[in-house]
Design a protein around this ligand. Structure first.
Ligand SMILES: [Zn+2]
Ligand SMILES: [Zn+2]
Ligand SMILES: [Zn+2]
Ligand SMILES: [Zn+2]
Ligand SMILES: [Zn+2]
Ligand SMILES: [Zn+2]
Ligand SMILES: [Zn+2]
Length: 377
């Protein structure tokens, strides 16, 4: 186990602060605000001051102290198992590894402080971000060689003919002969892969006997010990994907239909070639021998330039979630997943006995989001 943590701790350079910091959520539209903002960027509503996203634990009566210790112990075991699997799967199935990292991240909220080294939470967060970026990574065809990987000889430099000739045996200098360049995977493909990863994760864990607590998968032994507060804690610790982009945070660029390229707009450029006509001499002579062919300087002879809207990537930030990749927070409970119990009016008892509705907890799962803290629909 120690080696797993050491290995994880090595990749802490990327700062993942999404779930680590106190959340600021707009009370009107439910969107997450940026730290330091006084008003919501969407609806201009005044924002509340930041608050910790983990509800403070209420001291349990001693009878429940054993349960709490057992919950912590079970959760720690699942976190270890999830992280080990995530590490194993990351290279080949990042979409599945992502689910295990996220499950571990959610359950870390039940693990008592001091159980693992301090760096573990951050390492899980980093691993999750890394897996998500691996899913998004893809290749795009090299424009310079049309995907052939071969050097394209400009024939106009050899003789008076136009066009390009593919030279075998000489690699394209742009893609080093690969025919493709690193880029982002098509949004639709990345979305599909993420959904497949989620399906496989659920199938694997349910075959193993796990049950769902929102989107978190846990063994029944843990499920039956959980209080409302603990349920909400793990459910809200699990990222709820944006319905439109499924955590890719992107949508296809409409300006270039997702290709990342647009026809070159340089004046006089026709498929990468500039035709210059010299005004000297008589008309007949000009037509015969003074039509100079020049490579367009803007597109370097390609005839196309990277789309200015998406900067050639083929995609832009998802407008539904503003590029966060996540569903908006629940406005009813402001993302905590909990609401005061109505039956006992938040006191925890009815006529001197523990409230049957909340079992004396004073809080129940938010009816709007079922404790998940986000708007899933
Ligand atoms: Zn708002
Ligand atoms: Zn190439
Ligand atoms: Zn051009
Ligand atoms: Zn574009
Ligand atoms: Zn989105
Ligand atoms: Zn809610
Ligand atoms: Zn109650």
């Amino acid at each position: 186990m120690a080696s797993v943590w050491r290995c994880l701790s090595m990749s802490l350079l990327v700062a993942g602060v999404l779930w680590a910091q106190g959340l600021i959520v707009c009370g009107k539209c439910g969107r997450e605000a940026r730290a330091g903002d006084a008003v919501c960027r969407h609806c201009k509503e005044a924002l509340p001051k930041p608050k910790a996203d983990t509800p403070t634990a209420v001291e349990q009566p001693t009878a429940q102290a054993d349960d709490k210790a057992e919950v912590g112990r079970l959760a720690a075991g699942i976190v270890e198992a999830n992280v080990r699997l995530a590490r194993e799967l990351e290279a080949k199935q990042p979409e599945l590894a992502l689910c295990y990292y996220q499950n571990a991240m959610a359950l870390m909220r039940l693990v008592p402080a001091g159980t693992f080294p301090d760096t573990v939470s951050e390492a899980i967060l980093t691993g999750s971000a890394r897996a998500l970026s691996l899913v998004q990574r893809g290749t795009v065809p090299c424009k310079r060689c049309n995907g052939s990987g071969r050097y394209q000889l400009d024939l106009s430099k050899v003789d008076s003919s136009k066009g390009l000739k593919s030279v075998s045996g000489v690699p394209c200098p742009t893609c080093k002969g690969a025919g493709t360049l690193p880029g982002l995977k098509e949004v639709s493909k990345a979305k599909m892969q993420l959904l497949q990863g989620r399906t496989e994760f659920e199938q694997r864990q349910m075959v193993a006997g796990d049950v769902k607590v929102g989107r978190v998968l846990v063994p029944p032994a843990l499920d039956k010990l959980l209080s409302n507060q603990q349920r909400a804690l793990i459910m809200t610790g699990m990222p709820m994907p944006c319905r439109e982009c499924q955590q890719t945070a992107r949508q296809a660029c409409t300006a270039c239909r997702g290709s990342g390229w647009k026809p070159c707009d340089f004046e006089g450029c026709t498929q990468g070639v500039l035709k210059e006509t010299r005004r000297t001499g008589a008309r007949k002579e000009r037509r015969l021998n003074e039509e100079a062919v020049k490579k367009c300087p803007r597109c370097d002879g390609l005839g196309e330039i990277p789309c200015p809207v998406c900067k050639g990537s083929g995609s832009v930030a998802c407008s539904k979630c503003d590029g966060s990749g996540l569903a908006p927070r629940c406005t009813r409970c402001t993302g905590t997943g909990l609401m005061p119990c109505r039956r006992c009016k938040g006191t925890g008892d009815v006529k001197g006995a523990p409230c049957p509705e909340c079992k004396g907890e004073t809080q129940v799962l938010c009816p709007a989001c079922r404790g998940e803290g986000a708007q899933s629909r």
